[in-house]
Design a protein around this ligand. Structure first.
Ligand SMILES: [Zn+2]
Length: 170
């Protein structure tokens, strides 16, 4: 198995849970190789760990199921069992089940130049805590006890979804 395959499988297993799907391009972004959707497709076809590594949850950006190493009926059945609605080879509730953002645990905090609190996530990305769209206010971040007790809280990380490089301190 190549390191690329390994990364595909680990990421898929960790981030794409039952009841949701991701596109080949989406998974490529998630592993930090945004142009590698074909290679992702090929890794899915070689997946030796199905269904623990849920390659059946990787679909085309049109909402069609796409390829599957085993019988395509098995892919469809596994998805339906997880609550995905499929009609004529296409996911009906595609927008609702598409994994557009993954959650990452907070591992620390710091303040930016304007003294706003910034969460440091396990993925290496930073995220402003009080201004997390859509404008969720989290008063706990002001107090040290609040910050400490929210270590481990999982926030949606759009930067991971976009395949952005890790944030660094300036
Ligand atoms: Zn991230």
């Amino acid at each position: 198995m190549t390191p690329f395959q390994k990364k595909c499988y680990e990421t898929l297993k960790r981030d794409v849970h039952s009841g949701s799907v991701i596109t080949y391009a989406g998974l490529a972004k998630l592993i930090g190789h945004p142009n590698a959707h074909r290679a992702v497709g090929s890794a899915m076809n070689k997946n030796p760990f199905a269904p623990e590594v849920p390659c059946h949850r990787v679909v085309k950006s049109t909402g069609e199921l796409g390829g599957f190493a085993q019988d395509i009926k098995i892919k469809r059945r596994r998805l339906q069992k997880e609550g995905i609605k499929i009609h004529k080879g296409k996911i009906v509730n595609f927008k609702d089940v598409l994994s557009t953002s993954v959650k990452r645990a907070i591992i620390g905090f710091h303040q930016d130049d304007l003294a706003d609190w910034v969460a440091e996530l396990e993925c290496g990305h930073f995220q402003h805590v009080r201004h997390d769209p859509p404008w969720i206010i989290r008063p706990w971040v002001i107090k040290k006890s609040g910050r400490v007790s929210n270590i481990g809280l999982r926030l949606h990380c759009k930067k991971c979804t976009d395949g952005a490089p890790k944030d660094t301190f300036k």
